[in-house]
Unconditional design. Sequence first.
Lengths: 323, 345
Amino acid sequence: MSDMPQAGPVPQDTQTLTTDEKATASPPPAGGRKKAARSASLWSDAWYDLRRRPMFIFSLILIAILLVMSFWPSLFTSINPFDARTCELSTARQGPSSGHPFGRDSLGCDVFARTIYGAKNSIIIGVTTTVITALVGGLLGLIAGARGGLTDTITSRVTEVFFAIPSILGALLITATFRDASLGIWLVVIALSILAWPMTFRIMRAAVLTARGQDFVLAARALGASQARVMFKHLLPNAVAPVIVVATINLGGFIAAEAALSFLGVGVQSPDISWGLMIADARNRFLEAPLPLVFPAVFLSVTVLAFIMLGDAVRDALDPKLR
Amino acid sequence: MSKTSLDELPAEGGRGNGPLLDVDNLHVEFATRAGVVRAVNGVSYSLNPGETVAVLGESGSGKSVTAQAIMGILDVPPARIPQGEVRFHGTDLLKLSEEARTQVRGQRIAMIFQDALSALNPVFTVGWQISEMFRVHRGMSKRDGMKKAVELMDKVRIPAAKQRVNDYPHQFSGGMRQRIMIAMAIALDPEVLIADEPTTALDVTVQAQIMELLAELQRESNMGMILITHDLGVVADVADKIAVMYAGRIVENASVHDIYKAPAHPYTKGLLESIPRVDLKGHELYAIKGLPPNLLDMPTGCAFHPRCPYRQDDCVTDAPPLYEIGGTRNSACHYWREVLDGDQG
């Protein structure tokens, strides 16, 4: 609504007005009660709206904590899980004790420290794969949907080829083939991205096709908007919401897929740590010692939840009707 | 290359000889799975500065397609323009490059649509959308564009324009939305405004206000207006000339006065007789019998013959040309004399 506080000071201009008057030859302002209007744009309005959403603030705090955990894990635990001396085989699968709040895993290592240190790989894989698939799939979907015709046919057929590849098998193939390239976790990111972008492509393309059939696209063209302008200013903002939602939901899926690959021995490799690897390791002894599986799984769920909440809040903020 | 062809157009405000906009023998067809649909078959009309031409016809008669062909916003394919010219200041727009046409659209020829809610982008504020015209075409800053947007909203009489400039389309009523659409269309002082059923989606009192606003803006700027409508009531007050379309053809071309006084085509006559009238309350309302023809399977001869009360044998075999009646009138009916005299064939 228009009762928002008037944002931003009023720098420059009042001189520029003369040139503009000449250019447009429009009539003098009626009333002469002109003051600078708050410049509202899609993104500034969305940002204004987001800052007041508890869900957005909450998810942002969670994500901030997770990021700090990823890059400065020693702030959270004094135990370095990469140091083999911290593990004691004799205490394997022990329950929580003083100094070891999550207990110990099957090699007698501290589960809490491993969970904290595992955040980095899991979050990097989840977030970068999500960003890559959203950008690549989204951009191609936008172009295919907006241009239609041959461009659409070719890109759509190409994505169908990728769809036909069974995802775990495909990822297995890619990671196994290039395992000597010493790409580390980036190999997992690349493999997952290659297999997952067609999903985003399809969603973006469908959303763009829906938007393209609407009158405002015709109206924008009738009033002289160029093809690029129609694509990025009129189609994209109206089609981006479902992509954001699916991307944030996929984020959890990518972390889980990394776990599956690690379990198969082609993802993150021991002695490196990731939540997926921890879950995979703890599976066999789950009934005897559930905690080594439960803790990384809870961290994984909270991470996914935080990103889904973030995506949801952003999606809502981008739709003026929901404000 | 494109620049040169665009520069052939006289500068804004400069009026060349001849009509401002001259649609000449325009054909538009659509390739569909079922075959080629000839939506527009040789439509011609011309528009002078300050003049309003009403294009009248039922749904599917090709009036909107003609307008979209003039604007160059038809999707090609499936649409195709096999022949015809759209001369703007004497330059054929259909021969211009896409780049040059984009320059014409919005700045020289603008268009407003039937349903202003769907014609406005739902995710941007109305101020953003109006000021976009100035930012894109005039290179204005955001702030100056917003100032212009408020001025224009005042001009189209949106109350409290300054407070509402940051509202979204869905926060406005139907009439206000159409005013915003009009503000966008007139933002750059176009010479031609095409209004595609601008009042169809509005209720009657608002219709009158919008037509009044359009007429007033037209008087101020001397722009030519093509008013596409199926509402004869709207036409009478504002139009100078009327082109009646049926099945992709113009069947009658005349001044408003002549048409209302005595139509020269049975279809026009049928349309006029289908207007409900207070003095005939209680009588059955006249309706043209039958349905508009299937454009994939046009009747032979005159396209209107299956529905025509004046039909003779030659109507089935010979398509009537556009006969000249007097100096400025045309009718595509072999028996226009009988229609004028009112003898039911």
